[in-house]
Design a binder for this molecule. Structure first.
Ligand code: ADP
Ligand code: TRP
Length: 324
């Protein structure tokens, strides 16, 4: 099975990214699949026009993935713009893509509603994502629930391309979404997202993590009263980190009363700090050795370009683009 996924370098990675996507990346790699993981810097350009910020976030995502267990010997790990063939394929797919399909994009509509200028890049974002996926003949795309529509659009575009050019040139991918972690809540109870400023970062210090956990929004049920674990943002996050036995135990304490949200928040911070302690140490080491990280990405780029170029030869030939 060929696996592919990408992440935009547009800020610091958070607990939602980890459970919704990164954990699946690593698990699929451990199962021995052929994996392609990349940093979607062309996509980040649709909303970010800050040279230093983009470079910094690209390095952050690269070091973070390596620290969390991405193994560059087993997975091809690269930066999107190191494979310019993907921009070429995006153009070709644009030529079979109805504008109306892009106008239905919920992510596009959300971004416009939030005040981002309606650039061609923003409208075209899903076509570039489709090119990312089909250029590596990917079968399965591990992502959070918010990306479901983009994978459906990819299937639509690959089908359109294949029917237009009369051959099975492009492979249709499936989304790999794990229902229990498809939408991890942020500290305000909405979907955790960089753009909502409600994240708990993976690579913060233990103190910062504790501070952030204490800011999780809860209702005003007094400490001594019984509480409903299923209505609580802190409990929703605890479920991701605690063992099944501890989840049961804490649920019991909620229902019994005498257990405050403060206790639950403190325990959550401890569990987050424990879970990411070794990755944080690795991340700090990688920050001190940027040339290692750049070498990994350069090698990944070389491997990815070979695969992408092979697909492009098929694509160019099928639509009559001659190479001289
Ligand atoms: P953000 O919303 O913070 O900008 P991205 O769009 O960069 O995050 O998402 C990167 C990956 O992490 C995607 O596969 C996305 O589906 C997943 N993801 C992001 N936030 C969450 C969340 N709160 N719950 C589950 N998955 C998420
Ligand atoms: N749109 C994805 C996100 O915001 C990032 C992405 C770009 C991606 N290209 C991709 C994800 C290809 C999966 C496959 O998270």
């Amino acid at each position: 099975m060929r696996i592919l996924s990408g992440t935009q370098p547009s800020g610091r990675l958070h607990v939602g990214n980890y459970f919704g996507a990164i954990r699946q990346y690593i698990e699929l790699q451990e199962k021995g699949h052929t994996c392609f993981y990349f940093i979607a810097n062309y996509h980040a350009l649709t909303s970010m026009h800050d040279q230093a910020g983009l470079k910094d976030a690209t390095f952050h995502v690269a070091a973070a993935y390596l620290a969390l267990g991405l193994d560059p010997q087993r997975s091809t790990f690269f930066v999107q713009s190191d494979v310019p063939q993907v921009a070429e394929l995006c153009w070709i797919l644009n030529c079979v893509c109805p504008v109306s399909l892009m106008e239905k994009g919920t992510s596009y509509k959300d971004k416009i509603a939030k005040g981002l200028p309606a650039s061609m890049g923003l409208l075209d974002y899903p076509v570039l994502q489709a090119a990312d996926i089909v250029i590596y003949d990917a079968n399965l795309v591990p992502v959070g629930a918010d990306q479901k529509q983009h994978i459906e659009m990819t299937r639509d575009l690959a089908t359109k391309f294949n029917s237009t050019f009369g051959q099975e040139v492009l492979v249709l991918p499936d989304a790999h979404i794990v229902p229990e972690v498809a939408v991890v809540p942020g500290i305000d109870g909405q979907k955790m997202s960089k753009s909502y400023n409600n994240t708990i970062e993976l690579f913060a210090t233990p103190k910062e993590t504790h501070k952030r956990c204490m800011q999780i929004v809860t209702d005003s049920t007094p400490l001594e009263s019984p509480k409903s674990p299923d209505q609580c943002n802190v409990f929703a996050l605890l479920k991701l980190f605690a063992s099944p036995a501890e989840i049961e135990e804490i649920a019991g304490k909620y229902r019994a009363g005498g257990y405050g949200y403060g206790h639950a928040k403190k325990r959550l911070a401890e569990l987050i700090n424990e879970r990411f302690d070794s990755a944080r140490q690795k991340y700090t080491e990688l920050e001190k050795d940027p040339s290692y990280v750049h070498d990994v990405l350069a090698e990944g780029g070389r491997r990815a370009r070979e695969v992408a170029e092979a697909t492009m030869q098929r694509v160019r030939q099928s639509c009559g683009l001659l190479k001289h």
